[in-house]
Write a protein that binds this ligand. Sequence first.
Ligand code: UD1
Length: 430
Amino acid sequence: MQTKIAVRGGNPLLGNVRISGAKNAAACILPATILAAGKCTIENVPAISDVTYTLRILESLGAKVRLLDKNTLEIDTAPLHGHTVTHDLTRHMRASYYFLGALLGRFGQARVAMPGGCNLGVRPIDLHEKAFAMLGATVDTEENAIISCSAEKLVGTQIYFDVVSVGATANAMLAAVRADGRTQIENAAKEPHIVDLANFLNAMGANIRGAGTDTIRVDGVPQLHGCTWSVVPDQIEAGTYMVAAAATGGNVLVENVTPKHLESISAKLRESGALVEEYDDAVRVIGHSRPHKCSVKTMPHPGFPTDMQPQMAVLLSVATGTSYITESIFDNRFRWVDQLARMGAVVKVDGKMAVVEGVESLMGAPVQADDLRAGAAMLIAGLMALGQTEIEHIEYIERGYENVVEKFKALGADIFYLQDADEDAVLLAG
Ligand code: UD1
């Protein structure tokens, strides 16, 4: 029996929505607790399936995890006894690669199966491996696509990344934090969760400076200790609700956010005609008539996030005029196009560019979530469309959005879970 999400479009979203902790920050902070070799209390952890998978890995390694409340975890990594993570545990998510850096940093050894996650094209981890090797680790690939890293001693070094990589930057920090001497990471990623991870590691006793700039300096310390940390708000969840507010001609106060992290999204929404007001820890988005066309190019932070590209494209699918969307981070991030076409959108893909010809409106249709953010985009499309949209493979959406149906419902959306079996029951009754 498959659960779908059904949306009857047309209601403008109105009211307030509270944003959860960031999926991608939790994704590196939870493995980073391994480096404490003690107890950490992590607050504002989003209740999403990626967190469940991460905790499963921690527990398989011997960590003791206690849920203090829905969004607060106590993790004791003192009793950790293993450094191997198998494929059945890593296949669900990309961020399982952070166990390489964290285990290597603590034990000088890590064996982790190749990470899974959304299919966005080729997603190599050569830069992660390069960073570990430069710190003095021997990096090998074993049978069953297990990556193994080991080092007698990790030694600080200069690491230059040819490509800005969020995962490799975070992994280099994790491995370097207890290395001998200074590590300098050049061309580092600057995403909010990189800064959150560095601040968390510093709260555990690390000595990291420069996170949020191109150059991060990590002065190795002999050991770290437990601490209490609250995960930064989710920039992408916030952006998704902002776009949904604009797309439905709504008026939504998006709370518990850092407006600075949302600047590229706010700028594009304004360009498309929405009103965006910024407060200390909230933004209000007011949508008006049909959006104006605008062009979007995804870039590393502080550029427009690739994780917001499908959602923004859906908004622009009903714009007046033609919008050009350039994806410069991933090779295969236009899988939403076929689904959106089923709803009446007119989009042509030419290499790294999607040309979106605005239509008057979308029509509800059966569609599927092809990956996490494409799934979020289908939700927004359903909220905008005339009639009912039914979205399959919502497990992708649940990887990254806490209580998504409840949150949209509280904003006035006509949205609900639908079981395939219910449909059968209706058919039988008919
Ligand atoms: C992270 C985010 C993901 C987001 C992406 C870009 C997490 C868990 N995931 O993914 O949501 O979409 O950043 O903001 O935080 N690359 C290499 N070699 C490597 C690593 C990356 O060539 O070793 C390339 C990638 O193929 C891609 C680019 O670098 O073209 C950026 O990827 P990266 O920032 O590493 O993305 P992820 O860490 O996979």
